[in-house]
Design a protein around this ligand. Sequence first.
Ligand code: ZN
Ligand code: ZN
Length: 244
Amino acid sequence: MVSLSWQRCRAILGASLPNRCLLCHQTIAAPHRGVCPTCVANSIYQSEVCLGCGKPLTIAAEYCGSCLHHRPIKVVAPASYHSMLGPLIPAIKYQAQFAALPALTAALVARIQHLVAAELLELPQVVLPVPLHRQRLAHRGYNQAWLIANTLAAQLQLPLDDKLLARTSNTPAQAQLTGKQRRQNLSGAFALTRASPYQRIALVDDVVTTGSTVNEIARLLRTSAPSIQVWCLARAEAPKIATL
Ligand SMILES: [Zn+2]
Ligand SMILES: [Zn+2]
C-alpha cells in the first residue's frame, strides 16, 4: 500500500483543481492563485485613504482633516472590508480557505511599501500577530493573524514576536457582537507576558472593524511603545481607534 504524506496529498489535490479566481471564476495564470490580478486591482483602494478613518483622500497624507486633530493609531490595509475582497477573509479565518491569502497579503505588502516610500509610514521594529487563546488555537489549528504576520515579516525582513502578547480569556467570537459588546467581551482578554522591549510595533490582524481588539492591545502597550500601527487585510471605515 502506498502511503502519501499530507503535503504530497495536498500538492496532488492542488494540482488537480482548476486554478480559478474565487471572485470572477476566470482561469488564473501561474504564479497567481486564489484571486486574479484584475479582481485585486479592482478591489483595492483606488485613491489614498486616511490612515485613521479609512476615508478617501484627494492628496497623499497620513490623516484626513478630522483625524489630524487626534491622530488615531494608523491602520494600514490594502482594501475596504466592504470591497469584494472582504468576504474572502472570514473564509480564511473560519473555513481554512487559504487560496486568497497570498494575493491579499501581497496587496498589503505593496500598500505598506507604497506608504513607506511616500514617507507616510515608518517601518516598525517588530511585527506582533494578535494572539488566539490556546484552546481556540488547538480547535482551529492555526491563527490567521500569525499566518499573515509571518508572511509580512519575511517579505519586509522584520522580526516577528509571537510570545509577547497572550490571550488570557477564551472570549466568544467577535463577529456577531455589537461594538459595545465587543469592548466588554475583550476587556482584559489580552496580557503581556513580559515588559515590551519595543518602541515601534506593527500589530497584525486579519481585519479591523470596530477597533476593539486594537484598542485593548494598545492599552497594554501604551506605556512602552510610543508608536503602534496596525496592519490588516481589510478595514472598515471609521472604526473607533484610540489615540496612542
Ligand atoms: Zn478575478
Ligand atoms: Zn480620517
